[in-house]
Design a binder for this molecule. Sequence first.
Ligand code: HEC
Length: 489
Amino acid sequence: MAAKTWDPDWPFEMGGGGTPWDALVYDPELNLLYVGTGNAAPWNRKVRSPKGGDNLYLASILAINPDSGRLAWHYQEVPGEQWDYTSTQPIVLSTLKLGGVDRKVLMHAPKNGFFYVLDRASGELLSAEKYAVANWATHVDMKTGRPVEDKAVADYGDGKPKLVFPSPRGAHNWNPMSYSPKTGLVYIPTIHGGALFANPPGKSPYLPGRFNTQVLNGFSFMLANPESLPPALRPLADKKFLATQPEVAHSAALKAWDPVNHKFLWTVPRSSFMDHAGVLSTAGGLVVQGGLDGFLRVYRDTDGQLLKEIEVGTAIVAAPATYTVNGVQYIAVTAGSGGGGWSTWLPQNIAFRKGNANRILAFRLDGAATPVPPDLPPPGPIPEPPPQKGTPADIKAGEGIFAANCRGCHTNTWPAPLPDLRRTTAATHAIIKDIVLKGALQVRGMPRFDDVLSERDVEQVQAYLLSLAHSAYAGQQAKPAAGLQQGHL
Ligand code: HEC
């Protein structure tokens, strides 16, 4: 299909996502199934839906009667969502005493930074309070149940770039939070961070098979390095403006939230902004959370006091579970890096030092020591690459194709979860078209691109990869240590 010029009428009537990919809870007492729905992607809603409207049922909680399949009620957390705020985060059902009355509630801490308590029989909004820095809305109007957006701050549809909190990572993502009926607290793996959005005027060419939303987007920590940003986002790096804004560096913390009085009782910072593993709380008074830094930690539920820290040497992202067999209680967790950390291992991630040993770990009080994987050996030298192909123009074009298609997975650093393509051998280079266009490594997770790339495109990417390999190799030969540097973000 030939690229055509982007046509402003083309995508207007299309929806923008709303995929339910996580929260799904059944309440047998009320015979209701609760589903959290997704975002509309970062997409200017004035372009997506020029006639306006809330875009039901994006970023919503739906209560469905599973017998009839009919909707019992719905509550939309972000009407006309345009910041990547999914409402798919895990839902917790419980009973809370509110105003002296026991209410059957549904609790939710979606990406948008508000903690919601709903009556789960009727969908009535009982409270919605910020549990993170969130500037896209000032508050939720309890009469209408709708957020009151701060449009001057966050609505990038007016043509100006905006710094919006939380970021598309969310104030809380898919990693399960945990409610303890014993303490009445919800333990949330929270994330702090903002994002940059702009929808500059003008039209870019329509590219089949791609995002064509025309929205420029980046994380607030990128403001530290404005040259890395597209020009339309650079005005946000203005020092005077930033002095009035929340902290742009990203971070993560385990926080104990009181859903009745809307405050935090304790907070434990995590090793990096990517470190926000799922949480378990127990009737025995423990809060358990793993870390990207390769530890499983046990806290006292009332005050966050660290009771035990077990070195496991494997990054933990998932939530631990607990169960009893023959009277012995176990805590088990699936360990391994990933889960939205994508292609780069930050130095705070233990995989950076030890690689990624995916495994299930189970603990009991009289258990043995956890086997900790050894450190990775230093990287071998970069092998001599096959001869350079293509012209300087091909290399330049290949760099663009690589950035648009490949860099999300291949960082070309060491260590990294995916192959460093500076080290690809001559034999593999010889079959690169089979790999990239025909899916020769598809079963191992390398996608095929024949729907969006041509043979010519692959030749240009190859020219770029060979130029990368040659300059790394030359650097290594000139000064041995230089080619062996570890990767960084
Ligand atoms: C979704 C993630 C992903 C994307 C995007 C991706 N790759 Fe890969 N690629 C992989 C994985 C996983 C492997 C490793 C497969 C294996 O273990 O053999 C791989 C392997 C390769 C290899 C073999 C490397 C070697 O030395 O063995 C080449 C070459 C390659 N990819 C090129 C590309 C190019 C070019 C693009 C962009 C057009 C691209 N990849 C995009 C995931 C990805």
